[in-house]
Write a protein that binds this ligand. Structure first.
Ligand SMILES: Nc1nc2c(ncn2[C@@H]2O[C@H](COP(=O)(O)OP(=O)(O)OP(=O)(O)O)[C@@H](O)[C@H]2O)c(=O)[nH]1
Length: 194
């Protein structure tokens, strides 16, 4: 992993004008983003969300998952706090990519759960690599976070990169009949806290 900071600019959104910081991984060619609001460099705990890319949920309003709803809720909470960071990591489909996620959806249509579907395709249940966070946090001088997540792996991931998680804030939103089984599998098999 050879992540490098590239550039910062402004991103006006319905939740306020964020700073957008672009990073590039020279090894994989993947580009990642951090959105920040307010001064996050002052050493105080930062309200934060680690969000993994979900094109279908984030941009196309899919109700098969809770991703789009969580993304909006996180931006809303950061806006209310007036300060925070959203790490948008390009790890589509928990790291298996978009087309493989569609293959996994097909298997789920036929009865598999989200973990079994990944396994049938030859992947682990969660292929994400959070080592990118170290460079991002160092660049932004973020040393402590209040993390919006239901996923204990993300807490461990932050801490293994040297960032203290001083508080976990549940982020439960976007439940609907289409994602009920998916959410049940996340708590039953992936250890999500609800
Ligand atoms: N393989 C696979 N990935 C999925 C499926 N549905 C959603 N995803 C991906 O799962 C990831 C969801 O990531 P996050 O929003 O970070 O959620 P999380 O790990 O459940 O943790 P929190 O939301 O923080 O509790 C995104 O990369 C989605 O593309 C699915 O059915 N199969």
């Amino acid at each position: 992993m050879a992540l490098q900071f590239i550039e910062t600019s402004k991103l006006p959104t319905p939740w306020g004008v964020f700073d957008i910081h672009g990073f590039e991984d020279a090894e994989t060619g993947k580009e990642h983003i951090v959105l920040t609001l307010g001064d996050v460099t002052d050493g105080l705990p930062v309200l934060a969300r680690i969000h993994s890319e979900c094109l279908t949920g984030d941009a196309l309003f899919s109700m098969r998952c809770d991703c789009g709803s969580q993304l909006q809720a996180a931006l809303q909470r950061i806006s209310e706090e007036g300060r925070g960071a959203l790490f948008y990591l390009r790890q589509e489909g928990r790291g298996i990519g978009l087309i493989n996620k569609i293959r996994a959806y097909k298997l789920q249509d036929e009865g598999a759960d989200t973990v079994e579907a990944n396994e049938r395709l030859g992947f682990g249940a969660d292929m994400r690599d959070y080592s990118l966070l170290k460079v991002m946090c160092e660049h932004l001088n973020i040393t402590q976070v209040k993390l919006m997540t239901n996923n204990p792996r993300k807490i461990a991931a932050m801490e293994s990169q040297g960032v203290e998680v001083v508080e976990r804030l549940p982020l439960q939103t976007g439940q609907n009949p289409h994602n009920a089984k998916y959410l049940a599998t996340k708590s039953g098999k992936l250890g999500h806290l609800f």
